[in-house]
Design a protein around this ligand. Structure first.
Ligand code: HEC
Length: 187
């Protein structure tokens, strides 16, 4: 009787133990991926362009309340200056803009919202969609090329695993509703 009981307990508990072990190893693999994704986002300097700045007593710093949420939809759209393209003045204009809006021969481009907000961010994407965008340099829904200065060609060299880790990290960000302005071509 005792042996039978033991056997039953074993039969019940062994798969349970195995499942638990599986769960926690999945969990730690996921944590590792997120950590790796965060490291790649820092090394890839995504925040330089996708996080707006905020004025503090120490000057302008990346706004931690709006991490990676892109060009703020409530900020003013700068005028495209009437200067000759490729001139020094033009280059100065490019570098004087807020880090989330850029100007060049392509017109004005605005860094996008990379937080998991379903309407204005990446909330409805999955890992495959993200990898496809980063590799092809095309917006999946808009069927158009991603404008400069987004350095997608550099990121396209990353492995599927690394790009997937970036996506896993982005999914853990605070979702921020911010519908970013579409690029504006030169007049
Ligand atoms: C030098 C500035 C810059 C850097 C650095 C940068 N981006 Fe971008 N990114 C942009 C701009 C500007 C756009 C919008 C271009 C457009 O509208 O066509 C963009 C667009 C994107 C898009 C396309 C979004 C969509 O709606 O299809 C993704 C995804 C993206 N960036 C991810 C990243 C990631 C991840 C990193 C870091 C590994 C990164 N970016 C670093 C400037 C940058």
């Amino acid at each position: 009787m005792l042996r039978k009981l033991l056997l039953i307990t074993l039969l019940i508990s062994v798969p349970h133990l195995v499942l638990n072990a599986q769960d926690s190893s999945d969990d730690s693999a996921r944590k590792d991926r997120i950590r790796r994704g965060k490291q790649l986002v820092n090394e890839g300097r995504c925040n330089d362009c996708h996080t707006p700045l905020v004025e503090t007593k120490d000057g302008l710093i990346p706004d931690s309340k709006r991490t990676l949420s892109g060009h703020p939809s409530d900020s003013e759209i700068p005028e495209i200056p009437a200067v000759e393209l490729n001139s020094q003045e033009w280059l100065e204009f490019v570098s004087s803009l807020d880090s989330t809006v850029w100007a060049g021969q392509w017109g004005l481009s605005f860094s996008t919202n990379l937080t998991p907000d379903p309407e204005s961010g990446i909330g409805k994407w999955n890992e495959e969609i993200f990898i496809e965008i980063m590799r092809s340099g095309r917006h999946v829904n808009l069927k158009r090329g991603i404008k400069p200065p987004m350095p997608w060609k550099d990121y396209a060299k990353l492995s599927d695993e690394d790009l997937g880790s970036i996506f896993a990290y982005l999914e853990t960000l605070q979702p921020i509703g911010n519908a970013v302005q579409k690029p504006i071509p030169l007049p």
